[in-house]
Write a new protein. Sequence first.
Length: 321
Amino acid sequence: MAGTTRVPQSTTATDQPPTGELEIVPVRNYARWIAAVASVLALVGLIGSLAKNDNLRWDVVGDYLFADLIFDGLATTLWLTAAAMLLGLALGTLIAVMRLSSSPVLYGLANAFVWVFRGTPLLVQIIFWGYAAALYTYVKIGVPFTDITFFQAETNALLTPAIAALLALGLNEAAYASEIVRAGIQSVDPGQAEAAHSLGMRPALTMRRIVLPQAMRVIIPPMGNETINMLKMTALVSVISAHDLMSNIQDVYAQNYQVIPMLVVASIWYLALVTLLSVPQAWLERRYGRGTTRAGHVSPFRRLLGGTVQRLGKNSKEQNR
């Protein structure tokens, strides 16, 4: 247009697009570093205090840490944990399906089971099963209200301390496992079961092949915690002398009166076993959590390691240039 002039804009070095990659510098959080340093110092001080405490008797801990009596108790603890979890998971899955059933009888029986075994303390249940002979001298299986008996045995001979402990732990776990499995089943979209039924699949097959595999993503994390909790709860069976790890530990310090050193031995082994159980739990969570947002969670240690590797790779690239 006449009478107007266009003034050319000057270009400077700051107006040019960047030629290299921008380096993102995170905001420094000094309060977090101060808290971390204080926590490490407190932990080091506690460890040093325990290491120099003569009353702890580390020589006693070393003598009994790998004793045969301890390994016998560990074997009992491990098989009790595995058997109780298998019993609890199998029975809990059945009870969860019963609670989701449209039958009022099955629903009522499942609710009654959960109400009883979840509503009473585990210690009470262990003592009850351990002294069940005080209620029934003989265990009989036959036709009710008749003299016809198919099987009969003394309760004390049938319910040994180990079997009583297994029943108490397994039935108690079944009550909690049923709620975990039920929550997992209800987390699956109902349309999955409807689609399976439209293809002619029976309800039992649909539950086993369609619903339960998808529910595992919700079931695995709390069930892993239940397994770890079960390992520790086996210490309660020492009240009926089931010869688990804690029972053998109590037998030892009842003779040598070294209570604290023997409890340290028990704590070391429980911590070691819990650490071993955490590995397959983490693997199963990643395995069944693939494709979800939570599956991509990375721990702080892995983030730190990944950041270190990334910085090393970046420095090597710059040196090659």
